[in-house]
Design a protein around this ligand. Sequence first.
Ligand SMILES: Cc1cc2nc3c(=O)[nH]c(=O)nc-3n(C[C@H](O)[C@H](O)[C@H](O)COP(=O)(O)OP(=O)(O)OC[C@H]3O[C@@H](n4cnc5c(N)ncnc54)[C@H](O)[C@@H]3O)c2cc1C
Length: 433
Amino acid sequence: MNYDVIICGTGIAGIYTALNINSDLRIAIITNDKLENCNTYLAQGGITTVRGKEDRESFIKDTLYAGGNENNLETVKLIAKEAEKNIKKLVSMGVPFNRGDDGNILYTKEAAHSKRRILYSNDQTGKYIFLTLVEKMKKRKNITIYSKVEILDLIVSEGNSCGVLGCNKNKDILKFWGKKVVLATGGIGGLFKNSTNRRNLKGIGIALSKKNMVEISNIGAIQFHPTAFYDPQSERRFLISESLRGEGAELKDLEGNRFVDELLPRDVVAASIEAKKKEIGSPYVYLDATKLKGDFLRVRFKGIYENLLEKGYDLTKDMIPVTTSQHYFMGGITVDMDGKTNLNNLYACGEVAFTGLHGKNRLASNSLLEGLVFGNRVANDINKEIWSKRGKDKQVEVEKNINIEKIKESNKRLVIDEILKVREDLKDELSIN
Ligand SMILES: Cc1cc2nc3c(=O)[nH]c(=O)nc-3n(C[C@H](O)[C@H](O)[C@H](O)COP(=O)(O)OP(=O)(O)OC[C@H]3O[C@@H](n4cnc5c(N)ncnc54)[C@H](O)[C@@H]3O)c2cc1C
């Protein structure tokens, strides 16, 4: 199958890239599950913007503070500069962000943001962004969508990325040829026993990079979210958004005593919860939102409220048992400011990419924004470059006897081994078998 561009992943990064590529280029966009089974769909709290030039310094300061100053300043400045225009574009596409009675967009606040600059759609922001982007994508005749196609490897020839190898649910091997390949395959949560992530996200971008000598950075930078619902039975941990704490919910021990400033950066709050759990010998602590008005909670946090009711907890009346859970991957495939990797014609954006934005700890709601800004930059670079490359591509022989299960297992193992080289402390957290 021949295309101009192959995009792997249908989250915010993959779809926004596709929508920003010139509509006369033929694009294949691939996902290994149903379209909506991506982390983007799960995002609750919101998406950060930068509210005018006068907010840039403050956004930069907050992002550096959360990231322990280990961020790449050039990237943080770039995001500060380009956030607003991309968010405006998203708004103009029709995402139903919450608005006040005057029709103006409302902004919320989350941990370590010094002001309200986060757009939200109640507590299901990712779902509404995703649905809006997908609707636009389905109208574009130049984009072909491949669902339930597992990507297994890159096709590389003479130092150029020229496609990907995948398989469908009938186990047929599929070859997608493209002049440019974009990896937007998200995070690594599917490799962990307890994660807020979709289980189908097993760090394929990292495995492909390792196999093809593409540079990766900060593989050990893995974020644990402070407040996932404590449920030892469930495969995926249900997240309770930070914006609930932003609106005043408190963290308490089993006796009902507060023990931490809830709006400190995520890593600090998560460490404090782990220390408290150890001290009191409990697998969870409580999140208490009962001082907030019931009517407000039922509307503003509708998704969380209803989900918890199904689990037997009333957010307006009950203390909710919570614990930390793997949530986000700050490391990834090393890219430049246009999302280019060190392999010719290979780009990466979104959670799979390492741009240096987050440092050692991601500031809440900066991830969707990063996917947007870098998706746009990748698309612009492809639009600029692809013309000069037309007609020069050539086909490459691909191995004939492919053992799909073996490749899938070794891809997973490759990523786990890479993590364990620098984070032996995570051995018990990873799904090794
Ligand atoms: C519960 C939850 C809440 C969150 N809340 C927020 C929030 O409020 N604000 C915020 O900014 N961030 C939030 N995040 C983080 C944010 O949602 C993600 O970082 C972001 O959506 C990543 O987007 P992406 O496009 O890079 O990847 P994803 O949206 O995860 O998409 C990855 C895509 O890659 C595909 N894929 C993966 N492996 C393969 C393979 N082998 N073959 C084919 N396809 C493959 C997947 O099917 C999927 O389509 C949250 C995350 C979670 C889990």
